[in-house]
Design a protein around this ligand. Structure first.
Ligand code: NIG
Length: 403
């Protein structure tokens, strides 16, 4: 079955050549893109969709979410808006609510959040454990996550539960808990921050998870300067997320990880992506991550929602893109790239994988997964020009119409 999408006013491919085509068309064949080019040269297909002069982008790739939770932290949010500062301790409130919720309800809640994201143009999504914090509850979070998300990250090292010894809890995270979640996850993360895990504990978690064959990412430099970025670089993590407080040495260290990467060809050794989470920065009243400076230094960035009940209760990637343009001084092309190709790079999914037949996501090119987002606007610029307006008109996920 093939579908021709034609009459596209602006096709922002986010491919290696950064092409933006006018008066374009795309053909979807099964789950993949089989053709793109000028509408006037489009081949025939089984079915046709008239895009009506709208803009077509890759679907959003949300590379950082925490969707497996129950409960609500409105009171904490209100206190923050009244002047309190964010601390990692709020995680415990969500852990209590999550542990008290059945598998059925936890799955239903997570599926609802995924549906909300997809309806706004997200077509590939990562999510994490981290609200279980014991072997039983981390394992069930990982199992549920593996049924609702495209990529699952183990975050047993999110907070040391009250009353537990930090080093003993770190042993649990690196030992029995890791063994129990391993069948369900392909990534591991550690919240390396004051009030969460210190440098030595974070290093132990990263080493154990690396030894278990997991890809790595780090929550780092969110609440102040610290060792998060340097650890991510040392361990060859795919991303370091938050990155609000960076020293010049941090920025240089991240840039150095990309020295073997040929960005024009999308080839070579990938380094560590800096993932910026602007919705979280606004909700926690932290300074926005220095996305402009990172890009100028040659560090690829991703934009992600960080959807979670504590610091960023939104799945709107469009909101992140809007904020990145209006407040972080990214161009619209850079912001859309960070929310599509950048997220895919952070998940190592920007190119296909011949071994298991996985298709590339995060950009529009022949052979890539047909993850497409049609805006109700003639250009992507409208995402920033019309802030707050819901602009998603249609979504295709792996070739299937999802909205
Ligand atoms: O990414 N920073 C750590 N984890 C989450 C917050 C989790 C919470 O407060 O519930 C984040 O912001």
């Amino acid at each position: 079955m093939s579908t021709l999408i034609t009459n596209i006013a602006e096709l922002m491919t986010q491919d290696v050549e950064h092409r933006v085509l006018k008066d374009a068309a795309v053909v979807i064949e099964g789950e993949r893109i089989s053709w793109l080019g000028p509408a006037s040269a489009a081949p025939a297909a089984d079915d046709a969709v008239d895009a009506g002069g709208r803009a077509l982008l890759p679907g959003w790739v949300d590379s950082h979410t925490h969707l497996i939770f129950a409960g609500d932290r409105t009171a904490e949010f209100e206190a923050r808006m009244a002047g309190e500062s964010y601390s990692a301790g709020g995680i415990a409130v969500t852990v209590g609510a999550t542990r008290g919720t059945s598998d059925y309800d936890l799955t239903r809640l997570a599926l609802g959040r995924v549906a909300e994201a997809v309806s706004q143009g997200t077509t590939y999504l990562e999510t994490k454990t981290g609200y279980g914090l014991d072997v039983e509850n981390e394992t069930r979070s990982a199992r549920i996550a593996s049924t609702v998300a495209d990529e699952v990250t183990y975050l047993g090292a999110h907070l040391v539960p009250a009353g537990e010894d930090p080093d003993e809890y770190t042993d649990l995270v690196c030992g029995p808990m890791l063994a129990a979640v391993r069948p369900y996850v392909s990534w591991a993360d550690v919240f390396c921050e004051q009030g969460a895990f210190n440098e030595e504990q974070s290093r132990r978690v990263l080493q154990a998870c690396k030894d278990a064959g997991l890809g790595l990412r780090v929550h780092g430099n969110q609440l102040g300067e610290g060792p998060g970025v340097q650890l991510a670089v040392e361990f060859g993590a795919a991303s370091v997320d938050h990155v609000n407080y960076l020293s010049r040495a941090d920025v240089h260290a991240l840039a150095d990880t990309w020295s073997g990467w040929e960005s024009a060809a999308g080839a070579g050794e990938r380094g560590t992506v800096a993932t910026c989470l602007p919705a979280c920065d606004l909700s926690t009243r932290q300074p926005l991550a220095p996305g402009r400076e990172l890009l100028d230094a040659g560090v690829p960035i991703a934009l992600a929602s960080n959807c979670n009940p504590g610091t960023s209760y939104t799945s709107s990637m469009a909101f992140c893109v809007t904020t990145a343009v209006l407040q972080m001084r990214l161009s619209i092309h850079e912001a859309v790239r960070a929310a599509t190709y950048g997220g895919a790079l952070a998940l190592r999914r920007e190119s296909g994988n011949d071994v298991d037949g996985e298709r590339a996501v995060g950009s529009i090119a022949v052979g890539h997964r047909a993850d497409l987002h049609l805006l109700n606007a003639p250009s992507a610029t409208h995402l920033a020009y019309r802030p707050g307006i819901p602009l998603t008109h249609a979504v295709w996920r792996a070739g299937a119409r999802a909205r």
